[in-house]
Design a protein around this ligand. Structure first.
Ligand SMILES: Cc1cc2nc3c(=O)[nH]c(=O)nc-3n(C[C@H](O)[C@H](O)[C@H](O)COP(=O)(O)OP(=O)(O)OC[C@H]3O[C@@H](n4cnc5c(N)ncnc54)[C@H](O)[C@@H]3O)c2cc1C
Length: 478
């Protein structure tokens, strides 16, 4: 697929994730010439569908889910390429494992009966207030408020707010909020700025939508062919001779009328406009001449990298289903598990659990450990939570593993953050306005710059559309 021939184009698109692929397709549709330049040796960015060794099937080590109600852009790509979707398995009970080692079960999306009224009132207050305050954010103009009415909640963090509201460690509310926050951001509730979270809540239609696996939840549908099929179809729709893989951009030199993009191998591509889709924390890999303005530099330096490792474990039998569980374990315990989901491929006889270890769970899991030590720690944690929920005598099934796969996204070259890059406490109003600022001929894209579903595939496609529109208009095409 790496076949770039041109040395002079209208638009150079840097990064072949969903943002870059979409931007290149839009630019092509407008009749402009372009080059799509990717550091890694494949297209798709954070998407990583992996072939299983034991059966003819695939699993997702990167993104999995889409929603056909709230995410029209990615849905239309999936449907447009005639790919199928499967509904997330939702029968049975989920398990919440608290930081003091207790396990409580509840149907998907519902509150456990054992949660106290006082605890639920505190949780409800946090969820409602953050959603209401989120409405004040102008998602089209990052860092600004609708009608200038600033939020009442200060830009501290969800962790601080939980403390102020008296959410106690060990409670259901603590487990739910901590694990959800870690899974969404790859960072602990004390690390991400409250205003970054509020803006995300507005972009993603609130907590139920963000954390839900139901018909309007972000974890509702997945693509059995593998989400990589979408990226491959998009790449196949690009004109021959337009893609360069495995050759990172190292320099962007801007002159008055055009820009030169130089890659590690020494290739120079002259472009009238550049669309940079890499997330801001990776700008450090590129030497900009002239240097980036201070606002962009500050953004790049202060962007927080999410810490997530995703593990896929496959089994011959769905031991969780057999005991009335849906394979969703949500944990604030000391082990590596933050959240799990079942991802099983009907009619293949293989059942999978997808496991996120994020934020502080990532730190303890990954720090100085070998792959085999991590595998042992993961299975022990899973067995411990399962055993606490259904009885210790039943937990041995957890160790009957067929395949064990993991991907550390924090260490992934040129990506280096997952699932999303964030802005910390007190920094949103100062840093966010620079997200989409154009610098000379360079336009900025990538999911973190989106006005809908930032951090998600939908946001990546939205940001590719937006940046392409900017350059197409400037180059006089419609
Ligand atoms: C484990 C995990 C689970 C997720 N789950 C979901 C999910 O279920 N649903 C969902 O919607 N989203 C999910 N996401 C998020 C989703 O994957 C991202 O939002 C989306 O893929 C981002 O696309 P992007 O194009 O903006 O960025 P990326 O995919 O990061 O693409 C940026 C590209 O730029 C390239 N690049 C960087 N620097 C350079 C350079 N100097 N030169 C050339 N190329 C460069 C990178 O190699 C990369 O390919 C998940 C992510 C992860 C990691």
């Amino acid at each position: 697929m790496s076949n770039l021939t041109a040395t002079s184009v209208d638009v150079a698109v840097i990064g072949a994730g969903f943002a870059g692929l979409q931007a290149a397709l839009d630019v092509q549709k407008a009749g402009l010439s372009y080059a799509l330049i990717e550091a890694n040796d494949r297209v798709g960015g954070k998407t990583l569908t992996t072939d299983l060794g034991s059966i003819d099937g695939v699993v997702e080590l990167g993104p999995t889910w889409i929603n056909n109600v709230t995410q029209p852009r990615i849905t239309s790509l999936v449907e447009g390429y005639n790919l199928t979707t499967a509904v997330q398995y939702l029968e049975g009970l989920g398990v919440f494992f608290s930081s003091n080692g207790t396990a409580i079960a509840a149907p998907a999306g519902s509150i456990p009966e054992s949660a106290t009224e006082e605890e639920l009132a505190k949780l409800e207050a946090i969820l409602t207030l953050t959603e209401l305050e989120g409405q004040k954010f102008d998602t089209e103009r990052p860092g600004q408020w609708v009608n200038g009415s600033a939020p009442l909640l200060p830009d501290t963090s969800l962790g601080k707010f939980m403390e102020e509201k008296g959410i106690e460690q060990g409670s259901f509310a603590y487990t739910f909020l901590t694990a959800s926050h870690r899974t969404i951001f790859g960072l602990d509730p004390s690390e991400v700025g409250m205003h970054y979270l509020l803006d995300l809540l507005k972009q993603c239609h609130g907590w139920q939508s963000l954390t839900g696996d139901h018909a309007e939840g972000a974890q509702y549908l997945w693509v059995p062919e593998g989400i990589r099929a979408v990226a491959e179809h998009m790449a196949n729709d690009l004109r021959h001779g337009t893609v360069s893989l495995g050759d990172p951009v190292t320099h962007i030199f801007q002159a008055n009328s055009s820009t030169t993009v130089r890659t590690k191998s020494g290739r120079n591509i002259t472009a009238k406009k550049v669309i940079l889709t890499a997330a801001s924390h990776t700008y450090t890999h590129i030497n900009f001449t002239p240097a980036l303005p201070r606002s962009k530099r500050e953004l790049a330096i202060n962007t927080l990298r999410g810490r997530t490792i995703k593990t896929l474990i496959t089994y011959r039998s769905p031991w969780w289903r057999e005991l009335g569980l849906l394979g969703k374990f949500t944990s604030a315990g000391k082990g590596p598990i933050t959240t799990t989901w079942e991802l099983s491929y009907n009619n293949t006889g293989l059942y999978a659990l997808a496991i996120f270890s994020a934020g502080a769970d990532y730190d303890t899991f990954v720090n100085g450990t070998t792959a085999l030590e991590r595998q042992a720690a993961m299975l022990d944690d899973l067995a411990g939570i399962f055993g606490t929920a259904v009885g210790q005598s039943k937990k041995d099934v957890v160790y009957n593993v067929v395949e064990y796969l993991e991907r550390d996204w924090y260490e992934e070259p040129y990506i280096e953050s997952s699932p999303i890059a964030s802005i910390g406490p007190g920094d949103f109003a100062r840093l966010a306005p620079a997200l989409r600022d154009v610098v000379g001929h360079v336009h900025f894209s990538g999911t973190e710059t989106a006005s809908v579903w930032k951090g998600y595939l939908e946001g990546a496609v939205d940001s590719g559309n937006r940046a392409a529109k900017e350059v197409i208009e400037l180059l006089g095409r419609n």
